[in-house]
Design a protein around this ligand. Structure first.
Ligand SMILES: Cc1cc2nc3c(=O)[nH]c(=O)nc-3n(C[C@H](O)[C@H](O)[C@H](O)COP(=O)(O)OP(=O)(O)OC[C@H]3O[C@@H](n4cnc5c(N)ncnc54)[C@H](O)[C@@H]3O)c2cc1C
Length: 387
């Protein structure tokens, strides 16, 4: 049986392990972190296409038990005037409903599923080097151990060590031009309208999004153009100081955003929006990249996790349906690169013109690309052969 080493047990790595195991391969996951549950702060929206991908390897139900559904996206301007309302997900299939959930919860649920299916997951295994021969491929770890397999999947995220080995000339991830603020408020006045609605505000100085959880918490983010947060600034700035920097940017607008931020306590975080240049190398005969390691995009389209889940399905189908593994990895890249390039480019465009103040050809951000066309459906559906 083909032995596959998966490097990284985040969203892409756990999903790839589940899909490859379902396709009949002998899979083991090697994850750098000593335990599950890093990054407890951030939330994300998982789009309908991501939920559809999860269903292909029978993992949609545990994820649908987490977080809460989002059924509508409402776009307003800095005066609060409605620009657009878009239904999200596929109404006839509840499993493809968008969900809002904590990133760590999603990672933990996928890792639990990996363990439940008897797939080995080794924590504390930080990859430092890879050696590939015509016969096999070996992963070398910081603790001195080595694992050898027939194939290696690099699912080690934005700062991928597998990518650095595969393509030493690949540029480091670049700053996309925005700081991203995140927070949770239990004291904000509940937004008007139905629950399950995410409101995107094209404010005068930020792109702001907020939604109300069933427990009455307002989840929010703000994408703010400007210089990147430096490591020194991150270490020296308290949540209250970040709040006092963001609040004046929101205050001129006639929307609830300033009040949401003002009523947020210490559960406020800031990070840089980063993305990877397109065109970096994805594969050798025995190694391939998935998820952010291959195609990290700035977060504006909210598609990073969903793209990683789609990668898992297409990679497993390619290896299942192609007798020669190197040809299978080439088929995987052939099917995935145009779509992930499109997501990276769309996200970069939205990042470059995030606010009402910036001129854009259209008044509203394009809704995320989540309703699959026929070709994508065919590509993702587990029981149909890969075209
Ligand atoms: C601010 C922000 C907001 C976002 N919002 C959304 C959203 O709303 N919706 C959405 O779909 N996506 C969103 N994303 C993107 C999404 O979080 C990522 O696309 C997704 O987490 C990628 O998963 P991954 O498994 O490829 O990488 P990661 O989640 O980074 O996982 C990589 C794993 O590899 C491990 N690892 C790293 N190096 C090594 C090594 N050397 N050896 C072994 N293991 C290693 C890490 O510990 C980690 O567990 C957002 C991202 C950001 C930054």
């Amino acid at each position: 049986m083909t032995r596959i080493l998966v490097i990284g047990g985040g969203i892409a790595g756990a999903a790839a392990a589940l899909a490859l195991h379902k396709a009949g391969f002998d899979v083991a996951v090697h994850e750098a972190h000593p335990a599950t549950g890093e990054d407890i702060g951030a939330f994300l929206t998982l789009a309908g296409n991501g939920m559809r991908a999860l269903a292909q390897f029978d993992a949609a139900e545990p994820v649908a038990a987490l977080g809460f559904p989002i059924t509508t996206m409402n776009v307003v301007d800095q005066h609060g005037a409605e620009l657009a309302t878009t239904p999200l997900g596929e109404p006839d299939d509840p499993l493809t409903r968008y969900r809002c959930l904590r990133r760590a919860e999603l990672g933990a649920a996928l890792q639990a599923e990996v363990r439940r299916r008897g797939i080995t997951i080794r924590h504390g295994a930080r990859l430092t080097a890879v050696t590939e021969t015509t016969a096999d491929i070996s992963a070398h770890f910081a603790d001195g151990t080595t694992a050898t397999g027939d194939l290696l999947v690099g699912a080690d995220g934005l700062r991928s060590a597998v990518r650095a080995w595969l393509d030493p000339a690949a540029p480091a991830p670049a700053y996309a031009g925005q700081r991203v603020f995140y927070g949770y408020s239990t004291a904000a006045p509940p937004p008007p309208g139905p629950t399950g609605r995410i409101t995107m505000v094209r404010g005068s100085a930020t792109a702001f999004g907020y939604l109300l959880s069933p427990a009455g918490e307002t989840y929010w983010f703000a994408r703010v153009p400007g210089p990147p947060v430096t490591a020194e600034e991150a270490a020296a700035t308290t949540p209250a100081q970040w709040r006092s920097r963001l609040h004046p940017l929101l205050h001129p607008d006639r929307t609830p955003t300033a009040q949401i931020v003002a009523t947020t306590g210490d559960r406020l975080m800031v990070t840089n929006a980063l993305h990877l240049e397109q065109g970096t190398r994805w594969r050798t005969d025995r190694a391939v990249l998935v998820g952010d390691a291959a195609h990290a995009a700035s977060p504006a389209t909210g598609q990073g996790a969903s793209m990683a889940l789609e990668d898992a399905v297409v990679l497993a189908k390619a290896l299942r349906d192609t007798p020669d593994p190197a040809a299978a990895l080439a088929r995987y890249e052939h099917h995935r690169r145009p779509r992930t390039d499109r997501n990276t480019a769309t996200s970069a465009r939205l990042t470059a013109a995030p606010t009402a103040a910036a001129p854009t050809p259209s008044p509203a951000p394009r809704p995320p690309d989540s309703r699959p066309d026929e070709d994508l459906l065919h590509l993702l559906t587990w029981h149909t052969p890969l075209p």
